[in-house]
Design a protein around this ligand. Structure first.
Ligand SMILES: [Cu+2]
Length: 459
């Protein structure tokens, strides 16, 4: 007799398994409501040799009886384990349906994970990468994102510099056929930001920030970049008007410069003012760990310069240092910075500007930082904002302030006058940005420096 998809025959000749469980048959005979000595639930068709039609026989399969019973009686209340065999008959359309369904499920099992999980990069490709502590990694976190946030590999450091080495030093060009030529070379270095704290950084010419490139409006300049980083890189000349092919964005205007390769950027400076350069390949990683530097372009007519007694450039940056490893700071989980630098140093290792009462200083704020805005404040009286993003403000557009938001990419030139003697601070007004790993040292930390104003004996 047929039940559902299967027919089962109870063999008259006991098989080895049947012989092993004679007691079950006796229990079946005593069960109420049974017919013919077989429990109703166990009653199966006499199909295989006698009752089955030829086409049924062709489709019959033998499976352990317990499994067959389970299919008929999910509760399994009157089951006994595999002492007999049954044979299954299924029509061809049923088999086709099962085959098609199984194939679709198999296909879905292979394709759905690919849609929801990152399978584009293998674990081998992020091998050795160390993630920031606290970074939240979910199934949406791709291997590419992990590589972007990973620690700078300390094994790739090629030089170690202490506090005696300064960043942002002016790089003197050589002149070739009237062209001012600058050579930049990238590498991985260890760079000290505080007496007890060093970072592993990507650097131009072994300094953080990179060398200051200073030239004059109208100059023809060529910058040769040689890449000694483990990663590809490019350089963007932020804010400059130049041929598109010289602009720098990797994969957009040029091919990335691979390790060991060089690339020459050449253009004529048509503007003047405060600009900067930075990596434009994996920017959020490379700029955050040191690839930036100042571009100061003096006006073609020196009389157009808004002069001051002192000229000081401030380049801002955030860092994430944990357990001796350096990660690119980012405004996201696990990427928040715990150190902050002005020109590659955290207070109290930052510079001090020395002035006399009555003198002026032009502070050039550069938002070389990667992910955070810094409201920069100067104690001791207001400053005059004279230029923004390299553009000199017309006299009527200049304004006084004592704090200015320096966002990533922005530049402000301000003139501050020393009105009174003493120590006057320049600092970010986000208080956390004036700490070192959340702690104050000698009254502050991070984005803080002093202006030391002496009495002018003439006054
Ligand atoms: Cu800040």
């Amino acid at each position: 007799m047929k039940r559902g998809l299967m027919t089962v025959r109870e063999d008259s000749t006991p098989g080895p398994m049947q012989e092993s469980q004679p007691s079950q048959a006796r229990r079946d005979e005593k069960s109420p409501g049974h017919t013919g000595g077989v429990h109703p639930d166990m009653q199966m068709a006499e199909s295989s040799a006698v009752g089955a039609q030829p086409h049924d026989r062709a489709l019959q399969r033998q499976i352990p009886v317990a499994a067959a019973e389970h299919l008929n009686h999910p509760s399994g209340s009157s089951m006994q384990s595999g002492s007999r065999h049954m044979q299954i008959g299924a029509s061809r359309p049923q088999l086709v349906a099962v085959t098609v369904f199984s194939s679709l499920m198999l296909l879905a099992g292979m394709t759905l994970p690919a849609a929801f999980f990152n399978l584009r990069l293998t674990a081998e490709e992020v091998g050795g990468a160390i993630m920031p502590p606290g970074m939240i990694m979910t199934q949406e976190t791709s291997a590419a994102a992990m590589l972007d946030m990973a620690a700078v590999d300390p094994r790739q450091v090629t030089a170690n510099y202490g506090l005696d080495r300064h960043g942002a030093r002016v790089l003197e060009p050589r002149v070739e056929n009237g062209v001012k030529v600058f050579d930049l070379e990238t590498s991985v270095i260890r760079w000290q930001i505080l007496p007890a704290i060093s970072v592993n950084a990507f650097a131009y010419n072994g300094q953080v920030p990179g060398p200051t490139l200073r030239f004059r409006q109208g100059d023809r300049v060529r910058i040769n970049l040689t890449n000694r980083l483990p990663d590809s890189t490019t350089v963007h000349w932020h804010g400059l008007i130049l041929p598109n092919v010289m602009d720098g964005p990797a994969k957009i205007t040029q091919a990335p410069i691979e390790n060991g390769q060089s690339y020459s950027y050449e253009f004529t400076a048509v503007q003047s003012g405060t600009y900067f350069y930075h990596s434009h390949d994996h920017v959020d990683r490379q700029q955050a760990v040191g690839l930036y530097g100042a571009l100061l372009i003096d006006p073609a007519n020196p009389a157009d310069e808004i002069a001051a007694d002192h000229d000081y450039t401030i380049q801002l940056q955030e860092w994430l240092v944990r357990d001796g490893l350096t990660y690119p700071a980012m405004p996201m989980e696990g990427g928040m910075p715990n150190y902050f630098t002005i020109n590659g140093r955290a207070y109290p290792s930052t510079d001090t500007i020395k002035m006399k009462v009555g003198e002026t200083v032009k502070i050039r704020f550069i938002g070389s930082s990667s992910g955070f805005i810094h409201p920069m404040h100067i104690h001791g009286g207001p400053f005059l904002v004279v230029a923004r993003d390299g553009e000199t403000l017309a006299p009527g557009a200049r304004f006084k302030a004592d704090s200015i938001n320096v966002g990533p990419g922005q530049r402000y030139d301000v003139i501050w006058t020393a009105l009174k003697a003493g120590k006057w601070m320049i600092h970010c007004h986000i208080s956390h940005h004036t700490t070192n790993n959340n702690a104050e040292q000698q009254g502050g930390g991070g984005l803080m420096m002093d202006i030391d104003v002496a009495d002018d004996p003439k006054i």
